[in-house]
Design a protein around this ligand. Structure first.
Ligand SMILES: Cc1ncc(COP(=O)(O)O)c(C=O)c1O
Length: 490
């Protein structure tokens, strides 16, 4: 419980009620209303007297009255705290049940944009085997990370306490620019890079910087729910464009809505199907963007982990017309709690993005940016990616082998050997939602593929994450999954 916070007490010097009674009544009301909670420490009489601008006597008087009535008590080592057991009437008023709001008047309007967001079923957020989006955090070099954190804490300068650059710390942006030019064939300079708190913020800023409410945006069908929702809540009209084994079907996008202002794609590793966008489709997409004056948002979230075939460069690297906004994240190559990602912005849009950024949250928090810059500069980052690529490659193979051995031709893995999840087609009569819900009760966190579709015409399948699924557990877990296919147990 935070300590030393002074409660909101107003006193009226001109009132006939003595000051100690005013203070005492204010405390009683705050405790009964549960603004002050059991065990919460109350400020010393000296601090409260100084905050209220009164002498200590009325405060001491009020405190001794509250002690006598049992509202507060002395706790050794913890000063004076609100009592655990309150006198009878003190607990009369119960707090609202979580999720319930006291409504004395009629309904209060909220934005229709925010009602687009459907609740996320709790079982889809479970952390069981095969949970999507989980990384092998136990393999992250946390000892090195904490050493760097300690180093930065020790060296903390007063200057680091002020607002940082809205684009992010220059040393980190330099590191990212070098990395992207070298490993992802992205055409960029550090000045074009903005540090954001996760790709999610990159989507939100891009929506504001590039699109107006009512503008259309192509999204992949199936696609990544949280990205498309960022555009939907910005008022954009989502145009689902089907994906086949070459990625987004550009001709279908053109026939559905040629004039869309933007296209949101995952060309390196389509989410969730796992296919890589073919060279022909990439060129077609760039050509469409050029001729229709549209933007392409390239979400390159996990392409560092590619296990088969030759490396595939970014779509941004093929673009000669500054149409592509490139978005990358440290959620997979470091850890998701870091909440650090980046956007590569065409040079003439940088000022616009900077303005929107200031409008949203002024600037990114600076501390972990400096730690991450050192982590990259000192070679830990590239070493970690190399190690994890091998580990995840083994985990993917273990999962593909186990699926093939346990299910035979019944379940087909789709997509390429990239990233940290894979999708499987589900044959009739199985329903992915039912299976996934049942699996969650057996500590298996698979996602229903149909949930990644906006339209009704969805494919049945399961998405399985293997990032946090050690090889020695995979076989048993897949067998457990198979048992759900044959049993009627709910
Ligand atoms: C398609 C896709 N894009 C981006 C991300 C990363 O999001 P963030 O950087 O906000 O953690 C994920 C994470 O699972 C993803 O699946």
């Amino acid at each position: 419980v935070p300590s030393g916070i002074v409660p909101l007490i107003t006193i009226d010097r001109s009132a006939s009620k003595p000051l100690h009674r005013q203070i005492c009544d204010a405390y009683r009301t705050a405790i009964v209303d549960r603004r002050l909670r059991c065990g919460q420490r109350i400020p010393s009489s000296r601090v409260l007297a100084s905050e209220l601008g009164v002498s200590r006597f009325p405060v001491l008087n009020a405190y001794s009255q509250l002690l006598a009535e049992g509202y507060i008590e002395g706790r050794s080592g913890a000063g004076t705290v609100v009592s655990r057991s309150l006198p009878g009437e003190g607990i009369a008023r119960r707090p609202n049940a979580p999720g319930k709001t006291d409504l004395k008047s009629g309904p209060r309007p909220a934005s229709s944009r925010s009602s687009i967001l459907r609740p996320v079923p709790p079982w889809t957020q479970a952390r069981g085997t095969f949970a999507v989006g989980q990384v092998a955090t136990d393999h992250f070099p946390i000892h090195i990370w904490s050493k760097l954190v300690t180093r930065h804490c020790r060296r903390m300068q007063i200057g680091a306490l002020s607002y940082g650059d809205p684009m992010g710390a220059m040393d980190l942006r330099e590191c990212i620019a070098t990395y992207l030019r070298t490993a992802r064939a992205v055409r960029c300079e550090a000045q074009q890079i903005m540090i954001v708190s996760g790709s999610q913020q990159a989507f939100a800023i891009s929506a504001q910087a590039l699109l107006d409410p009512g503008d259309s945006i192509w999204i992949e069908e199936p696609g990544y729910r949280f990205a498309r929702e960022a555009f939907a809540t910005a008022g954009c009209r989502l145009v689902p464009v089907p994906v086949d084994d070459e990625g987004m079907i550009v001709s279908s996008g053109i026939s559905r809505c040629r004039k869309a202002k933007a296209a949101l794609v995952t060309p390196s590793h389509q989410f969730p199907l796992g296919v890589t966008m073919s060279a022909a489709r990439r060129l077609q997409l760039l050509e469409w963007a050029r001729t229709s004056g549209s933007w392409i948002l390239e979400d390159d979230y996990d392409s560092e982990y590619r296990y088969t075939g030759s490396p595939i460069g970014s779509l941004q690297g093929l673009d000669c017309d500054s149409r592509v906004i490139y978005i990358g994240t440290f959620s997979k190559v470091a850890f998701p709690a870091l909440r650090l990602a980046y956007v590569v912005i065409p040079p003439d849009l940088v000022e616009r993005y900077r303005g929107v950024r200031i409008d949203i949250d002024i600037a990114p928090p600076s501390f972990h940016q400096s730690v991450l810059a050192d982590f990259i500069r000192e070679g830990h980052f590239s070493r970690h990616i190399r190690r994890m690529r091998m580990l995840y490659g083994r985990r993917r193979k273990a999962l593909v082998d186990a699926i093939s051995e346990e299910f035979g031709p019944q379940l087909q893995v789709v997509g390429e050997g990239t990233g940290m999840h894979l999708a499987v087609n589900l044959p009739a009569p199985f329903r992915d939602y039912e299976l996934a819900e049942r699996a969650a009760r057996h500590d298996l966190s698979v996602l229903p593929l149909s949930r990644s579709y906006v339209g009704k015409d969805s494919r049945q399948g399961l998405i399985l994450g293997f990032g946090n699924a050690p090889e020695h557990e995979t076989r048993v877990a897949v067998r457990r999954l198979r048992s759900l296919f044959v049993s009627n147990r709910k």
